[in-house]
Write a protein of this length. Structure first.
Length: 318
């Protein structure tokens, strides 16, 4: 009944005032002019309760204050390259020399979005002058191999180029057809940020065009060249970058290159300057156009035709 609720409220208020008086008496709460105000009462009841400890009354906090919000711990799986770059920029500005923040930036930025690729080619066609895919390796952000297969070119092999490719006739016994390999590889690259060195050669061997804003070519990175103490416009090999920046030797001996090793090295180089690279891209990349519709089966030479290039890329190259 209304009378019962009124009595209950009155008893509750009376207990509250008694508790308040005890706190004021012990010097734990300073008296206010409006002791019975609704805001004071509701505030105390929301945040303070009384507990007995060794026979005395003391306030204890019901709620732990919430920490200030920080940068989101992860981006959505569909985050655009521009938002990734902006996120890198925020991390860099907050780092202020914090190496730990820089090192963990990509873990915050969904490392599953990154892969590195390297392909080995053999010579086909007249005098072996055409380059066709014979091996493709793809590694993830951590450098673990997620794809590594030998590929049978569409034309007969004239020159194995073993000194550089490492490919021999023996490798072709278990090679898969080009079309099958192409389908598998493009499925992996879809919606990924792809790292590589002189990566246009790899895409050409795959007869594929990857969006420019999702491509990271270590041979074209000013950040890497500056860090290595090399001229920004210089043509720099993966081998030299690895020696200068990673202090490791690759592509040694006469058995040819390892596409796995080269892909892993490209990813290591990217991670070394990742935050700075992405920050610069955030300021240089135009808004991303819709992905061009390409036919993976089309000959790579066709991509030189205007119809295969987004309008904004054509304009920027003029």
């Amino acid at each position: 009944s209304p009378q019962g609720r009124s009595k209950k409220k009155s008893r509750k208020h009376q207990r509250f005032m008694e508790r308040r008086a005890v706190l004021e008496q012990k010097g734990l709460l300073s008296p206010h002019g409006h002791l019975g105000s609704q805001s004071t009462e509701s505030g105390l009841e929301a945040h303070t309760t009384l507990t007995k400890a060794n026979g005395t009354m003391a306030p204890s906090c019901d709620e732990v204050p919430k920490p200030k919000r920080t940068v989101s711990a992860a981006l959505s799986p569909s985050a655009s390259p521009e938002s990734i770059a902006r996120h890198h920029s925020v991390l860099l500005s907050q780092g202020s020399g914090s190496s730990k923040r820089v090192q963990t930036s990509s873990l915050v930025l969904r490392p599953g979005k990154y892969v590195a690729i390297d392909c080995e080619m053999v010579g086909t066609g007249p005098q072996g002058r055409l380059s066709e895919l014979a091996r493709c390796s793809v590694v993830n952000y951590e450098g673990d191999v997620i794809y590594d297969k030998y590929v049978q070119p569409e034309l007969p092999i004239v020159d194995y180029r073993t000194r550089w490719s490492g490919i021999t006739k023996q490798h072709m016994k278990n090679a898969i057809p080009f079309k099958a390999a192409q389908a598998e590889i493009l499925k992996i690259l879809k919606d990924k940020i792809v790292v590589g060195h002189a990566i246009h050669n790899d895409f050409q061997a795959l007869k594929y065009f990857h969006p420019k804003d999702r491509t990271r070519d270590t041979s074209q990175s000013p950040v890497l060249k500056k860090r290595a103490g090399l001229p920004v416009r210089a043509n720099v090999s993966l081998k030299n970058l690895a020696r200068h920046l990673l202090h490791k030797k690759i592509q040694v001996g006469r058995k040819g290159h390892s596409s796995v090793e080269d892909a892993q090295t490209a990813m290591e180089l990217y991670r070394l300057v990742e935050v700075q690279w992405e920050k610069e891209l955030a300021h240089s990349l135009p808004p991303r156009p819709p992905s061009p519709v390409t036919d993976p089966a089309a000959d790579s030479s066709q991509y030189l035709d205007d119809q295969y290039w987004p309008t904004d890329l054509m304009a920027s190259s003029l």
